[in-house]
Design a protein around this ligand. Structure first.
Ligand SMILES: Nc1ncnc2c1ncn2[C@@H]1O[C@H](COP(=O)(O)OP(=O)(O)OP(=O)(O)O)[C@@H](O)[C@H]1O
Length: 742
């Protein structure tokens, strides 16, 4: 057993924070110790008192991406190849550097943990293959998904292919797996970079007041390593998770859409905190299932090694958020994880699986049985119980000291001190994590006094604020779901019901058949008939003799075949769907997608044709366990949203040939619309303007954030923003239509 390893990283001041109060300082435990392991933060109510929190390591502003990786992540690669699963996740308030740590920037020096991890993995693959003269073959496969508003979406699929319900999660031999994820084999770092960049474009990000590129979802990258010899197969998995950051909505000025996202983010992080609290208080029930993120992360349940990187911002404006994250991290580090190695599977024993093509969902190979995940119970508790009779653990790197101490003037930065600390030399830090340490997280034994955090006035206030946020979150989510179209809600309900039935039958082999049927339905709802057909065929062996299922497969085959002949010039459904969504999403619409939208898009978004309802009523054999499940199954129709056509949409003249000019005081509706999009600081909306690409949108939002609360008042000012110019402004305006309402 080892604890979850928790390290803290303090980011440098950003441009607009220069000169601001710094309240976070990193310290070493002893004066003669040059490595830092303590974070000290003053009491928000009384600056001369401070709290200190101890972690396995603390990384200051000046620590580079490469130093962090070498010290914390590189040593795990060896264990990964020895069959241990590893989980690395970043946690912290919004804008503190989680994505910077996990993904990083484009330059070599800026690359974050994930690309560096992949680089090490590919290097290790080559070394192993070379050492064994090719006798051991190593394959690396990846899946990448996000949890956005508690829905799981595949990031290897473009957003227009998403279903409203998202993908389902299953418990599979003690592990939570996402059903229907794409799993991609990747041979080189270059291939990975390409795939990862593409997928990140699909991730939900937006500009908020606190971060120009705020992640609006939790992103989970799973890298599966399969080492195959003539007789054995060893599978292990690294999961790298970039959590979305908690947001104090009193500071964000989030609009309704951002608020709903923020509420979902805060809610899942709140559930995570509750899970951690339940584990650390040794409660029997841990509420993993109350959010998809906690279900997947399964902190303390998954065997293997877990590293949490706590990201912190140094300034006073984050003070309460920083304290609440530190409290969370402090509890997390006490969670113990069983380091169970995945043993090799002997090929002769491998039973061929029907799920082999499902990638991450089914896995091409059966894993060695891992500790069962009692989905809602505290696995940690059992281990802790055992521990009492067993020998005492010697590792004590996770001790917390929150005693309020009188600040030492030399160590606690005072206001506007702008403390910049010197980098820790990697050589000085390296002995902390010897590359050949027996197990992940091994540390020199230190003896500290474990003390439970006491509740202070500040932490009670922070807790109350968090609870209020949660209530708001729930309400906002309820409002959002109430506003969703009825049919989509019904579809959602059906899918959820089917999921529940499958969950209830987890141990039943035929539940797997139901999973295929669910996936088939999801593919069908997305109009992906060939994939739906494949899934129906995979379900067939689980329902032998089910004539209706056979008939459905037959009809689907016929329909696909006939489409191939007759549908040569059909308009891409996904494009059409996308165009419709763009139309709905903004009150100001982009002309181009709507002009290219053929009439047929109104008719259908799903793959169902008119004859579909008739052939959608297959059911398992009478009397079978699944008979009930399919009683109402043919309601899996996905009706298109009814698009309200605007009465008149008139294309306006571009500004230079209308009466208006750049500096004109009288603004046309089109100009007003453009300026409101710009002032929304929403990268995705700005990116949708004509002639604006990702880079330009980023540059615009960057400039706007530097303006602080100021807004762009006219086209002239807009044209003066970095990288914009008159031509771009003309283009942006030309791409807008305005509803004149007659
Ligand atoms: N160690 C660092 N060095 C330099 N810049 C950093 C560092 N950490 C973060 N930043 C910068 O801080 C800003 C916010 O970082 P980032 O987007 O990674 O935050 P986040 O925690 O992922 O936020 P959110 O939860 O909103 O997605 C970015 O501009 C990023 O480049």
């Amino acid at each position: 057993m080892s604890s979850v390893r928790v390290v803290a990283r303090v980011r440098p001041l950003l441009k607009h924070e220069l000169g601001k109060d710094i309240v976070v300082s990193a310290e070493s435990l002893n004066d003669d110790d040059c490595t830092k392991s303590i974070i000290r933060v003053p009491n928000p109510k009384n600056d001369i008192e401070s709290y200190s929190f101890q972690f396995s390591s603390v990384y200051e502003e000046s620590v580079s991406q490469s130093e962090l990786f070498e010290a914390e992540v590189a040593p795990t690669v060896k264990h990964l190849f020895n069959g241990y699963d590893t989980t690395i996740f970043s946690y912290g308030p919004t804008g503190t550097g989680k994505t910077h740590t996990m993904r990083g920037g484009k330059s070599l020096a800026d690359r974050g943990v994930i690309p560096r991890l992949l680089s090490s993995i590919f290097r290790k693959c080559r070394t192993i293959e070379k050492k064994t003269n090719g006798e051991t073959q190593v394959t690396v496969t990846m899946s990448y998904f996000e949890i956005y508003c508690d829905r799981v979406h595949d990031l290897f699929e473009p957003p227009e292919k998403r279903t409203p319900s998202g993908l389902a999660i299953r418990d599979n031999h003690g592990k939570s797996v996402v059903v229907g994820l794409k799993e991609i084999t990747c041979g080189t770092l270059k291939e990975f970079d390409h795939l990862y960049d593409q997928a990140n474009v699909n991730r939900s990000t937006s500009a908020t007041k606190l971060n120009a590129h705020s992640s609006r979802s939790h992103a989970i990258l799973c890298v599966k390593i399969t080492q195959t010899t003539e007789s054995t197969v060893l599978v292990s998995q690294a999961s790298a998770i970039d959590l979305a950051g908690s947001e104090d909505n009193r500071r964000t000025d989030n609009n309704k859409e951002r608020l709903v996202e923020s509420s979902a983010i805060n809610k899942s992080l709140f559930v995570l905190a509750q899970c951690v609290e339940a584990i650390s208080k040794k409660q029997h029930r841990v509420p993993y299932r109350e959010s998809k993120m906690t279900r997947i992360l399964s902190l303390g349940q998954n065997n293997g090694m877990t590293l949490m990187i706590l990201n912190l911002a140094p300034t006073r404006s984050y003070h309460l958020d920083t304290l609440s994250s530190l409290n969370f991290a402090n509890r997390t580090k006490k969670i113990e994880v069983a380091e169970v190695e995945n043993a090799p599977i002997y090929k002769a024993l491998v039973k061929p699986l029907a799920t082999s093509s499902l990638g991450a969902t089914g896995g091409a190979l059966n894993r060695q049985p891992l500790r069962p995940l009692a989905a809602a119970t505290n696995a940690n508790l059992q281990e802790v119980g055992k521990k009492k009779t067993a020998e005492k653990p010697t590792k004590a790197f996770s001790v917390y000291n929150d005693r309020v101490s009188v600040a030492r003037p030399s160590n606690v930065p005072s206001q506007n001190q702008g403390v910049r600390r010197t980098a820790i030399e990697p050589r000085q830090r390296s002995p902390k994590r010897p590359a050949d340490a027996g197990t992940f997280g091994s540390r020199p034994t230190k003896t500290f006094r474990p003390t439970e955090p006491t509740m202070t006035k500040a932490s009670i206030e922070a807790l109350i604020a968090q609870r209020i946020d949660e209530k708001l979150a729930e309400k906002a989510l309820q409002d959002a779901s109430a506003a969703a179209p009825a049919l989509s809600a019904e579809l959602q309900k059906r899918l959820d019901e089917l999921e529940d039935r499958i969950d209830a039958k987890d141990d039943d082999e035929r539940a797997e058949g139901l999973q295929f049927l669910l996936m088939a339905k999801q593919h069908q709802a997305r109009g992906e008939e060939p994939s739906a057909l494949r899934m129906f065929k995979m379900a067939l062996p689980y329902f032998p003799g089910n004539d209706k299922l056979k008939a459905k497969i037959h009809r689907l085959e016929e329909r696909i075949a006939s489409k191939k002949f007759s549908d040569g010039s059909s308009f891409s459904q996904s494009n059409a769907t996308h165009a419709v969504q763009v139309h709905h999403a903004n009150s100001v619409n982009l002309i181009a997608p709507l002009q290219s939208q053929p009439k047929s898009t109104k008719a259908k978004v799903s793959g169902h044709d008119d004859g579909e309802s008739a052939d959608d009523d297959f059911a398992p054999a009478p009397g079978s366990d699944h008979e009930q499940s399919y009683a109402s199954d043919d309601s899996f129709h996905y009706k298109p949203k009814v698009r309200k056509t605007k009465k008149t949409t008139r294309k306006l003249a571009v500004f230079h040939d209308a009466s208006e000019n750049l500096s004109s005081r009288e603004q046309s509706p089109r100009t007003k619309s453009l300026l409101s999009i710009i002032n929304s600081r929403d990268v995705s909306k700005i990116r949708a303007l004509k002639g604006v690409g990702v880079k330009k949108a980023d540059a615009i939002v960057g400039c706007l954030l530097e303006l602080g609360d100021e807004e762009v008042q006219d086209l002239e000012s807009l044209a003066q923003l970095n990288g914009v110019g008159r031509k771009t402004v003309e283009n942006m305006r030309a791409g807008l239509t305005v509803d004149w309402g007659f």
